[in-house]
Design a protein around this ligand. Structure first.
Ligand code: ATP
Ligand code: MG
Length: 375
């Protein structure tokens, strides 16, 4: 810091640098810069200073304080700035680029992995799943969602595969029987009235069974398609409705006894046609799979559950989870005789879905079966 006290425009009273000249007063004591090139023999005058004129006992004094910011150093700094700037910026830019590149690569790694794994999952490898064990982030949610989708696809795909093979299997037997009898007739059967009669009976029975199967399949397809669109529900007097079903069965199955017990409430909201279809399938089963002289069906409606009990042969525990699958029959040989194709309950399940109902079965082999329709 250079200071200087002098009479205004005159003799220096105090200073620590005799070469510094008197500088013009600065405004309100603020600092100012002064620059004079080659002011000294060895350099420029380059100061930041504050200067003030003061009156004391009618004498004018001049006070100033200054800091030397010699052009030699300050300007060389300014001149050197672009070099400093470049020297700092290039490494900063390089470091930023490396960090950004590594971060992006790290973030994209799981995406690339998911893409690769998803590409490997085709119709042949639907059992494979994406790795969703990583950190709890959006990618984990995405992988999890994809896995759920693949699981659904796998289930549907398996179902379709099994269904096609079941249909072929179901058709194979009647076709083999028909073909065998046609061969028999062509060779020598047509000349033997007894063989001819027997073969014609078999052909009639098998074609009827195939026609029945085709009809059931169409119905199942219709029910499965309809299940996707919810139906319109209307008020229905359940008791009257059940009485009309009871009347129908009195004509179709005169030997069976259908009892309507407790119905509460009597009025419900549902689609009558769909409910009738479900009940017909269930009641028919209760009568068909029954070894009693008088098959008995009891219907109740309590707590929103419509239950249909029978006194039939019952369903073994290990078969219960499968009876709603298409083509599933507890005793295949027995049911072929009775003409069952194993599609009835699959249709009932799809129709129930349409009216927002769920069917479950309880049974004890030898005692009977209870079908619960939760409306
Ligand atoms: P259909 O398509 O002609 O109805 P199905 O009766 O064999 O053929 P489902 O009605 O789906 O087919 O029944 C599947 C199987 O479940 C039956 O084959 C039978 O073994 C068993 N089952 C169903 N209901 C009963 C019942 N009330 N009592 C005993 N077994 C039953
Ligand atoms: Mg049936």
């Amino acid at each position: 810091m250079l200071y200087r006290l002098s009479y205004k425009g005159g003799r220096v009273l105090q200073t620590n640098d005799l070469i510094i000249p008197e500088l013009p007063a600065t405004e309100n004591g603020k600092t100012s810069r002064i620059f004079k090139e080659n002011f000294f023999t060895d350099g420029n005058l380059n100061l930041v200073y504050a200067a003030k004129d003061v009156e004391f006992n009618t004498i004018s004094y001049h006070i100033q304080a200054a800091v030397d910011i010699d052009m030699d150093t300050s300007d060389s700094y300014v001149a050197f700035m672009p070099v400093i700037f470049l020297a700092c910026c290039i490494p900063i830019l390089a470091i930023s680029w490396i960090i950004a590149w590594r971060t992006t690569a790290r973030m994209l790694k799981p995406v690339k992995l998911i893409t690769k794994q998803a590409q490997e999952i085709g119709s042949e490898h639907l059992d494979k799943r994406l790795d969703d064990n990583g950190a709890d982030d959006e990618l984990k949610v995405l992988a999890h969602t994809f896995n759920e989708l693949f699981a659904r696809l796998e289930k549907d795909f398996e179902h379709e595969k099994r269904f096609t093979s079941d249909v072929s299997h179901e058709l194979k037997t009647p076709i083999a029987v028909i073909s065998g009898h046609v061969d028999l007739l062509m060779r020598w059967g047509k000349d033997d009235p007894a063989v001819l009669e027997e073969s014609l009976q078999v052909l009639k029975r098998e074609t009827k069974s195939m026609a029945n199967l085709t009809e059931q399949l169409l119905e199942l397809n219709k029910a499965q398609n309809a299940a996707k669109t919810p139906c319109e529900k209307k008020p229905l007097n359940l008791e009257d409705f059940l009485r009309s079903i009871q009347d129908d069965f009195r004509i179709i199955e005169p030997e069976a006894k259908i009892k309507i017990e407790n119905i509460s409430p009597k009025e419900i909201m549902t689609d009558a046609e769909s409910l009738k279809e479900i009940l017909r399938i269930i009641i028919k089963n209760g009568i068909l799979y029954n070894d009693k002289e008088t098959p008995e069906i009891v219907i109740n409606f309590e707590n929103g559950v419509l239950s249909v009990s029978d006194n039939g042969i019952g369903i073994p525990e290990e078969d219960l989870p499968h009876i709603f699958d298409s083509f599933y029959r507890v005793d295949k040989s027995r049911n072929r005789g009775k003409g069952g194709t194993g599609i009835g309950l699959a249709i009932a399940k799809s129709v129930a879905e349409k009216i927002g109902a769920v069917i479950t079965a309880e049974s004890e082999a030898g005692t009977g079966t209870v079908m619960n329709i939760k409306l």
